[in-house]
Design a binder for this molecule. Structure first.
Ligand SMILES: [Ca+2]
Length: 586
């Protein structure tokens, strides 16, 4: 019953000679290409090809077996497959008609990995890292050699805007591709006992879309979009794997009592756990370093999170993956191991102790050194992730994106943003829709597709990553998905495009704010919780520090940008902007 046939090609001929001959000579034996290899797939290098030959029986049935054969493609050989050559797309080839033989050309696993390997995504998100806190963005005191090298290997964006001015709403924009006038989560909101307001099941995240395409999806770090068991928890929003903090408040301590390993709480060995918020003991001498030892633990959560992410890379080296790495660094509290502090202590900075005795984040004896050491620690982690891609021979097949969820914190006792010039010439800090709160560093590397060492001033934001990542993976967004984002790939590759019409932000927190960017102009409104607020207008090309309000001189521009604000703000029952909506909760 098992009819068998094997296509024999003399060893000195390239493998496809036999197929071409077969296609030409034997009408009864069309050749079918594997659908995984489309007509633009480029085959090169030295690898095995596996041919499966299935003789077919009578119409409507397959009376066959299969055999495999390997052919070595010469090292120097390179060809572009053409589906027509294989009969793919030819109706005759698709149907197993009586008497015809069907031949499947299937690449061996090595071929798939080497040739048709889908793109991987590594998305690294810093927490509260300001626009000028990396060497490649002008930082002079904090060392970030590995992230700077990433900039040298890819493109540096100079007008990239986080999803919002604080953690949770910024991440919601990133993962769902909707700007804050349409996004579900528009402010931080805790949901006891642990976690933040969950994104609903109906929301589609980047992870969900890639998971449906067969990607391994892992999140490692801080979540903040839905507590354990809620509709928003990572395992229900497209992640196969999660390791880290579910809850943003829990993430204020780097030496916690536990972390989440998928849906299980796993204990850490900090005995006792170090709180994120506590003061010096009443009797403690603020000038004695020993007074601060109570804020040091033994089991540093970033070590655990980083190890789990590296493990995810190794586990999935043969599968396409989406690795989302939302680090908790450099968000306070100032918790960093001594060994990472030492290089900065050696610099002998004037570094007065942060001595808070009650409330707020935990104090530190050398807060400037601690903050710098935390950012350098993140830099080391980024370096190790990139080194692992190199080691696994995946660097060329991986799109790497590095950015931050909002600007530098406004907590000056904790973080001396003046000393570091954390946001440089920009106005505002975390929580503000002025530039310093929301314009963030952003680096993108894709060898062969993005030119190394380039800079782009394309106006862009977190909503763009969902369509950009899908486009990079050669996938279209599902028809029922509405996104406010743009595919950035052409711009990242250096093509000049029609400028984007606008970028929109709103934020119910810190008094209620709205902002619109369009070309050189930016309109911003504050205090929207109190009522309709005056619109300020800045020319960011001439005035990046937003010092001179031009609203009175350019009423035409103000009117146009206010029109965009009105159009893009969709009322939210959860997060009303009272000055615009009235009190939607009444
Ligand atoms: Ca943040």
């Amino acid at each position: 019953m098992l009819g068998k046939n094997l296509l024999m090609t003399p060893a000195w001929l390239p493998w496809w000679t036999g197929l071409a001959l077969l296609g030409l000579l034997s009408e009864a034996s069309p050749v079918k290409a594997d659908p995984l290899l489309d007509d633009t797939t480029k085959w090169s290098g030295n690898f095995d090809l596996r041919l499966t030959i299935e003789p077919t029986g009578t119409e409507g049935g397959v009376d066959s077996g299969s055999q495999f054969r390997s052919e070595q493609i010469p090292d120097s050989h390179e060809m572009i497959t053409n589906q027509a050559d294989f009969g793919h797309g030819n109706d005759e080839a698709r149907h197993d008609e009586s008497g015809r033989k069907r031949i499947l050309v299937q690449p061996s696993p090595e071929v798939l990995q080497k040739v048709a390997r889908p793109l991987n995504i590594l998305f690294i998100l810093a927490d509260d890292l300001g626009y000028r806190e990396l060497g490649c963005y002008g930082q002079r005191l904090i060392r970030t050699p590995r992230i700077d090298r990433l900039a040298a290997e890819g493109v540096k964006l100079t007008r990239h805007y986080a999803g919002n001015a604080v953690c949770a709403p910024s991440r919601c924009v990133l993962l769902t591709g909707k700007h804050p006038g349409h996004a579900f989560v528009r402010d931080n909101r805790s949901t006891p006992p642990e976690g933040q307001l969950p994104i609903p099941a109906a929301e589609q995240t980047i992870a969900e879309l890639l998971q449906a395409e067969g990607y391994a999806t892992g999140g490692f770090g801080k979540w903040g979009l839905g507590g354990p068991g809620s509709s928003g928890e990572p395992l229900k929003q497209g992640f196969d794997r999660f390791f880290g903090y579910n809850c943003q408040a829990h993430a204020h301590s780097y030496y916690p009592g536990y972390l989440w390993d998928d849906d299980k709480r796993i204990p850490l060995t900090n005995k006792p756990p170090v709180p994120g918020h506590a003061g010096l003991a009443k009797a403690a001498d603020p000038n004695d370093p020993a007074s601060y030892t109570q804020f040091k633990g033994t089991d540093y959560a970033p070590d655990r999170i980083h190890a789990a992410a590296i493990d995810f890379l190794r586990t999935n080296r043969d599968r396409p993956f989406f690795l989302y790495y939302p680090s908790t660094i450099p968000h306070v509290a100032l918790h960093v191991p001594d060994k990472e502090l030492e290089p900065y202590l050696a610099l002998g900075w004037n570094d007065p102790p942060f001595t808070r005795s009650r409330g707020g984040y935990t104090p530190h004896f050398t807060p400037r050194a601690a903050y710098a050491a935390m950012i350098s620690r993140l830099d080391t982690e980024v370096g190790a992730l990139l080194d692992t891609l190199d080691e696994l021979d995946l660097a060329d097949d991986t799109l790497v994106i590095f950015t931050s969820d909002n600007g530098t914190t406004h907590l000056h006792d904790e973080v001396d943003y003046d000393f570091f010039a954390s946001v440089g010439e920009l106005r505002g800090l975390k929580g503000s829709l002025y530039e310093g709160g929301i314009r963030v560093p952003c680096l993108v590397r894709w060898p062969g597709r993005i030119e190394a060492g380039t800079t782009s001033d394309v106006l862009s934001g977190f909503e763009d990553w969902l369509p950009t990542v899908l486009a990079a993976c050669d996938r279209a967004p599902p028809p029922d998905l509405t996104t406010d984002g743009h595919n950035l790939l052409p711009a990242l590759a250096g093509q000049s495009l029609e400028p984007r019409a606008f970028l929109y932000r709103e934020f119910g927190g810190y008094g209620g704010q709205q902002a619109v960017w369009s070309g050189r102009w930016k309109a911003v409104r504050q205090h929207l919780r109190k009522g309709p607020a005056a619109t300020e207008l800045y020319d960011l090309e001439a005035d990046p520090g937003e010092a001179t309000d031009l609203a009175a001189d350019r009423k035409d521009v103000v009117a146009r940008l206010e029109g965009i604000m009105a159009r893009e703000h969709q009322q939210s029952a959860e997060f009303p902007l009272l000055g615009l909506d009235g009190d939607a909760t009444k």
